[in-house]
Design a protein around this ligand. Sequence first.
Ligand code: DGL
Length: 277
Amino acid sequence: MDYRPIGIFDSGYGGLTVLREVAALLPEYDYLYLGDNARSPYGTRSFASVYTYTKECVFELFNKGCPLVILACNTASAKALRSIQQKDLPKMDPKLRVLGVIRPTAEVIGNYSSSRKVGVLGTSGTVVSESYPMEIAKTFPSVKVHQQACPMWVPLIENDEHNGPGADYFVKEYVDQLLEKDPEIDTILLGCTHYPLLADKIRKYVPDHVKILSQGEIVAESLKDYLHRHPEMEQTLSKGGSRRFLTTDDTSAFDAHGSTFFGSDIRSEHCVIDHLG
Ligand code: DGL
Protein backbone atom coordinates (compact mmCIF):
# COMPACT_ATOMS: atom_id res chain seq x y z
CA MET A 1 0.00 0.00 0.00
CA ASP A 2 1.13 3.59 -0.61
CA TYR A 3 2.59 5.62 2.23
CA ARG A 4 -0.33 7.85 3.27
CA PRO A 5 0.52 9.03 6.79
CA ILE A 6 -1.31 11.41 9.10
CA GLY A 7 0.68 14.66 9.13
CA ILE A 8 1.24 16.35 12.48
CA PHE A 9 2.57 19.91 12.39
CA ASP A 10 3.90 22.28 15.04
CA SER A 11 6.19 25.30 15.06
CA GLY A 12 8.71 23.19 16.97
CA TYR A 13 8.57 20.47 19.59
CA GLY A 14 5.18 21.11 21.21
CA GLY A 15 3.15 19.00 18.77
CA LEU A 16 5.10 15.95 19.90
CA THR A 17 3.02 16.03 23.12
CA VAL A 18 -0.04 15.65 20.87
CA LEU A 19 1.49 13.02 18.59
CA ARG A 20 2.42 11.00 21.67
CA GLU A 21 -1.23 10.72 22.77
CA VAL A 22 -2.65 10.36 19.25
CA ALA A 23 -0.24 7.53 18.40
CA ALA A 24 -0.98 5.83 21.74
CA LEU A 25 -4.73 5.83 21.02
CA LEU A 26 -4.47 5.11 17.29
CA PRO A 27 -1.22 3.13 16.93
CA GLU A 28 -1.98 1.44 13.62
CA TYR A 29 -1.58 4.53 11.42
CA ASP A 30 1.61 5.95 9.92
CA TYR A 31 2.53 9.39 11.29
CA LEU A 32 4.75 12.05 9.75
CA TYR A 33 5.69 14.87 12.13
CA LEU A 34 7.05 18.21 10.95
CA GLY A 35 8.53 20.74 13.37
CA ASP A 36 9.38 24.13 11.92
CA ASN A 37 12.13 24.63 14.51
CA ALA A 38 14.11 26.95 12.25
CA ARG A 39 11.32 29.55 12.46
CA SER A 40 9.93 28.82 15.93
CA PRO A 41 8.53 30.29 18.11
CA TYR A 42 5.42 31.37 16.22
CA GLY A 43 3.64 32.69 19.33
CA THR A 44 4.78 36.29 19.01
CA ARG A 45 4.69 36.51 15.20
CA SER A 46 2.14 38.37 13.05
CA PHE A 47 -0.92 36.75 11.49
CA ALA A 48 0.71 37.05 8.05
CA SER A 49 3.90 35.26 9.12
CA VAL A 50 2.13 32.46 10.97
CA TYR A 51 -0.21 31.93 8.00
CA THR A 52 2.64 31.85 5.46
CA TYR A 53 4.87 29.53 7.49
CA THR A 54 2.02 27.19 8.42
CA LYS A 55 0.79 27.00 4.82
CA GLU A 56 4.28 26.15 3.57
CA CYS A 57 4.61 23.36 6.13
CA VAL A 58 1.13 21.97 5.42
CA PHE A 59 1.88 21.88 1.68
CA GLU A 60 5.16 20.08 2.45
CA LEU A 61 3.24 17.40 4.36
CA PHE A 62 0.70 17.10 1.51
CA ASN A 63 3.60 16.72 -0.95
CA LYS A 64 5.04 13.96 1.18
CA GLY A 65 1.80 11.98 0.94
CA CYS A 66 -0.30 13.09 3.94
CA PRO A 67 -4.01 13.33 3.01
CA LEU A 68 -4.79 14.68 6.50
CA VAL A 69 -2.74 17.21 8.47
CA ILE A 70 -3.33 18.12 12.13
CA LEU A 71 -2.09 21.54 13.20
CA ALA A 72 -0.86 20.40 16.63
CA CYS A 73 -0.16 24.03 17.45
CA ASN A 74 -2.68 26.42 18.95
CA THR A 75 -1.00 29.47 17.46
CA ALA A 76 -1.19 28.04 13.94
CA SER A 77 -4.75 26.81 14.57
CA ALA A 78 -5.73 30.31 15.74
CA LYS A 79 -3.99 32.33 13.05
CA ALA A 80 -3.75 30.14 9.95
CA LEU A 81 -6.28 27.29 9.95
CA ARG A 82 -9.31 29.22 8.75
CA SER A 83 -7.41 30.87 5.85
CA ILE A 84 -5.91 27.56 4.77
CA GLN A 85 -9.32 25.85 4.90
CA GLN A 86 -11.18 28.64 3.12
CA LYS A 87 -8.61 30.07 0.68
CA ASP A 88 -6.09 27.34 -0.08
CA LEU A 89 -7.77 23.95 0.21
CA PRO A 90 -10.54 24.73 -2.33
CA LYS A 91 -7.81 25.15 -4.98
CA MET A 92 -6.28 21.77 -4.17
CA ASP A 93 -7.24 18.11 -4.31
CA PRO A 94 -10.71 18.06 -2.69
CA LYS A 95 -9.77 15.01 -0.61
CA LEU A 96 -7.09 16.84 1.41
CA ARG A 97 -7.98 17.97 4.94
CA VAL A 98 -6.42 20.15 7.65
CA LEU A 99 -7.71 20.08 11.24
CA GLY A 100 -6.73 22.21 14.25
CA VAL A 101 -6.62 21.70 18.00
CA ILE A 102 -8.72 24.62 19.25
CA ARG A 103 -12.19 23.50 18.20
CA PRO A 104 -11.96 19.95 19.62
CA THR A 105 -10.68 21.38 22.90
CA ALA A 106 -13.35 24.10 23.04
CA GLU A 107 -16.06 21.50 22.41
CA VAL A 108 -15.32 19.60 25.64
CA ILE A 109 -13.75 22.06 28.08
CA GLY A 110 -17.05 23.15 29.63
CA ASN A 111 -17.65 19.56 30.74
CA TYR A 112 -14.79 19.88 33.25
CA SER A 113 -15.95 23.07 35.00
CA SER A 114 -18.51 23.28 37.83
CA SER A 115 -18.04 27.02 38.49
CA ARG A 116 -18.42 27.82 34.74
CA LYS A 117 -15.21 29.87 35.02
CA VAL A 118 -12.41 28.58 32.81
CA GLY A 119 -8.84 29.85 32.42
CA VAL A 120 -6.81 29.51 29.22
CA LEU A 121 -3.02 29.83 29.20
CA GLY A 122 -1.57 30.34 25.71
CA THR A 123 0.87 32.21 23.53
CA SER A 124 0.29 35.91 22.86
CA GLY A 125 -0.89 35.00 19.35
CA THR A 126 -3.49 32.53 20.58
CA VAL A 127 -4.77 34.93 23.26
CA VAL A 128 -4.98 37.97 20.97
CA SER A 129 -6.87 35.96 18.33
CA GLU A 130 -9.73 35.43 20.87
CA SER A 131 -10.21 31.99 19.29
CA TYR A 132 -10.83 30.20 22.58
CA PRO A 133 -13.52 32.55 23.96
CA MET A 134 -15.28 32.50 20.57
CA GLU A 135 -15.12 28.72 20.08
CA ILE A 136 -16.02 27.87 23.69
CA ALA A 137 -19.07 30.19 23.53
CA LYS A 138 -20.47 28.13 20.63
CA THR A 139 -20.72 24.97 22.76
CA PHE A 140 -20.86 26.44 26.28
CA PRO A 141 -22.43 29.93 26.15
CA SER A 142 -22.66 30.10 29.98
CA VAL A 143 -18.92 29.52 30.50
CA LYS A 144 -16.83 32.61 31.23
CA VAL A 145 -13.34 32.34 29.70
CA HIS A 146 -10.33 34.20 31.13
CA GLN A 147 -7.11 34.18 29.14
CA GLN A 148 -3.48 34.80 30.06
CA ALA A 149 -0.61 35.09 27.57
CA CYS A 150 2.62 33.42 28.72
CA PRO A 151 5.24 34.71 26.27
CA MET A 152 8.24 33.47 28.27
CA TRP A 153 7.17 29.85 28.52
CA VAL A 154 7.88 28.58 24.99
CA PRO A 155 11.40 30.10 24.96
CA LEU A 156 12.10 28.48 28.37
CA ILE A 157 10.90 25.10 27.09
CA GLU A 158 12.62 25.32 23.69
CA ASN A 159 15.87 26.16 25.51
CA ASP A 160 15.50 23.25 27.93
CA GLU A 161 15.21 25.56 30.94
CA HIS A 162 11.73 24.45 31.99
CA ASN A 163 12.91 22.21 34.85
CA GLY A 164 15.31 24.80 36.26
CA PRO A 165 14.61 27.12 39.19
CA GLY A 166 14.44 30.15 36.87
CA ALA A 167 11.30 28.77 35.26
CA ASP A 168 9.41 28.95 38.57
CA TYR A 169 9.46 32.74 38.50
CA PHE A 170 7.68 32.96 35.14
CA VAL A 171 5.33 30.07 35.86
CA LYS A 172 4.12 31.68 39.09
CA GLU A 173 3.86 35.12 37.49
CA TYR A 174 1.50 34.07 34.70
CA VAL A 175 -0.52 31.63 36.84
CA ASP A 176 -1.05 34.34 39.48
CA GLN A 177 -2.11 36.82 36.79
CA LEU A 178 -4.67 34.35 35.45
CA LEU A 179 -6.13 33.46 38.87
CA GLU A 180 -6.33 37.14 39.85
CA LYS A 181 -8.74 37.69 36.95
CA ASP A 182 -11.29 35.44 38.68
CA PRO A 183 -10.71 33.38 41.86
CA GLU A 184 -13.61 31.08 40.87
CA ILE A 185 -11.68 29.59 37.94
CA ASP A 186 -11.83 25.82 38.54
CA THR A 187 -10.42 24.58 35.21
CA ILE A 188 -7.23 25.72 33.49
CA LEU A 189 -6.47 24.71 29.92
CA LEU A 190 -2.85 24.49 28.80
CA GLY A 191 -3.70 26.09 25.45
CA CYS A 192 -0.27 25.63 23.92
CA THR A 193 1.11 22.23 23.03
CA HIS A 194 4.44 23.07 24.67
CA TYR A 195 2.97 23.66 28.12
CA PRO A 196 2.48 20.04 29.25
CA LEU A 197 6.23 20.10 29.93
CA LEU A 198 5.58 22.74 32.59
CA ALA A 199 2.57 20.94 34.08
CA ASP A 200 4.33 19.92 37.30
CA LYS A 201 5.52 23.45 37.98
CA ILE A 202 2.13 24.94 37.09
CA ARG A 203 0.49 22.51 39.56
CA LYS A 204 2.63 23.99 42.38
CA TYR A 205 1.04 27.42 41.95
CA VAL A 206 -2.57 26.37 41.35
CA PRO A 207 -5.00 25.44 44.17
CA ASP A 208 -5.60 21.69 44.49
CA HIS A 209 -9.25 21.81 43.46
CA VAL A 210 -8.45 23.45 40.10
CA LYS A 211 -8.19 21.01 37.18
CA ILE A 212 -5.33 21.45 34.71
CA LEU A 213 -6.06 20.12 31.22
CA SER A 214 -3.56 19.24 28.50
CA GLN A 215 -4.78 18.80 24.94
CA GLY A 216 -3.08 15.58 23.84
CA GLU A 217 -5.78 13.17 24.97
CA ILE A 218 -8.60 15.49 23.92
CA VAL A 219 -7.18 15.81 20.39
CA ALA A 220 -6.58 12.07 20.18
CA GLU A 221 -10.20 11.27 21.11
CA SER A 222 -11.43 13.88 18.65
CA LEU A 223 -9.32 12.43 15.82
CA LYS A 224 -10.63 8.94 16.58
CA ASP A 225 -14.16 10.26 16.34
CA TYR A 226 -13.36 12.17 13.11
CA LEU A 227 -11.97 9.05 11.44
CA HIS A 228 -15.02 7.09 12.53
CA ARG A 229 -17.31 9.72 10.99
CA HIS A 230 -15.20 10.00 7.80
CA PRO A 231 -14.56 6.46 6.50
CA GLU A 232 -13.56 7.92 3.11
CA MET A 233 -10.55 9.52 4.85
CA GLU A 234 -9.91 6.61 7.21
CA GLN A 235 -9.66 4.17 4.29
CA THR A 236 -7.16 6.42 2.49
CA LEU A 237 -4.66 6.37 5.38
CA SER A 238 -1.86 3.81 5.40
CA LYS A 239 -1.55 1.59 8.44
CA GLY A 240 2.09 0.60 8.77
CA GLY A 241 2.46 1.82 12.36
CA SER A 242 5.50 4.00 11.47
CA ARG A 243 6.52 7.33 13.04
CA ARG A 244 8.80 9.67 11.03
CA PHE A 245 10.06 13.02 12.25
CA LEU A 246 11.09 15.98 10.12
CA THR A 247 12.59 19.24 11.32
CA THR A 248 13.50 22.40 9.42
CA ASP A 249 16.48 22.89 11.76
CA ASP A 250 19.30 20.81 13.21
CA THR A 251 18.44 17.10 13.50
CA SER A 252 20.76 16.31 16.41
CA ALA A 253 19.19 19.04 18.53
CA PHE A 254 15.73 17.80 17.54
CA ASP A 255 16.61 14.21 18.49
CA ALA A 256 18.09 15.22 21.83
CA HIS A 257 15.35 17.60 22.83
CA GLY A 258 12.32 16.12 21.07
CA SER A 259 12.49 12.85 22.97
CA THR A 260 11.51 14.73 26.17
CA PHE A 261 8.30 15.85 24.48
CA PHE A 262 7.58 12.56 22.73
CA GLY A 263 8.47 10.32 25.66
CA SER A 264 10.77 8.00 23.68
CA ASP A 265 13.78 8.21 21.36
CA ILE A 266 13.50 10.09 18.09
CA ARG A 267 15.65 9.96 14.95
CA SER A 268 14.71 12.93 12.78
CA GLU A 269 15.42 13.93 9.17
CA HIS A 270 16.17 17.42 7.91
CA CYS A 271 13.46 18.98 5.76
CA VAL A 272 13.85 21.94 3.42
CA ILE A 273 10.58 23.81 3.01
CA ASP A 274 9.58 25.23 -0.38
CA HIS A 275 8.94 28.92 0.13
CA LEU A 276 5.78 29.92 -1.63
CA GLY A 277 6.86 33.53 -2.19
N1 DGL B 1 3.13 24.94 20.41
C1 DGL B 1 2.57 26.17 19.91
C2 DGL B 1 1.13 26.31 20.38
O1 DGL B 1 0.46 25.34 20.69
C3 DGL B 1 3.27 27.45 20.20
C4 DGL B 1 4.73 27.52 20.12
C5 DGL B 1 5.25 28.78 19.48
O2 DGL B 1 5.13 29.87 20.05
O3 DGL B 1 5.79 28.61 18.41
O4 DGL B 1 0.63 27.42 20.40
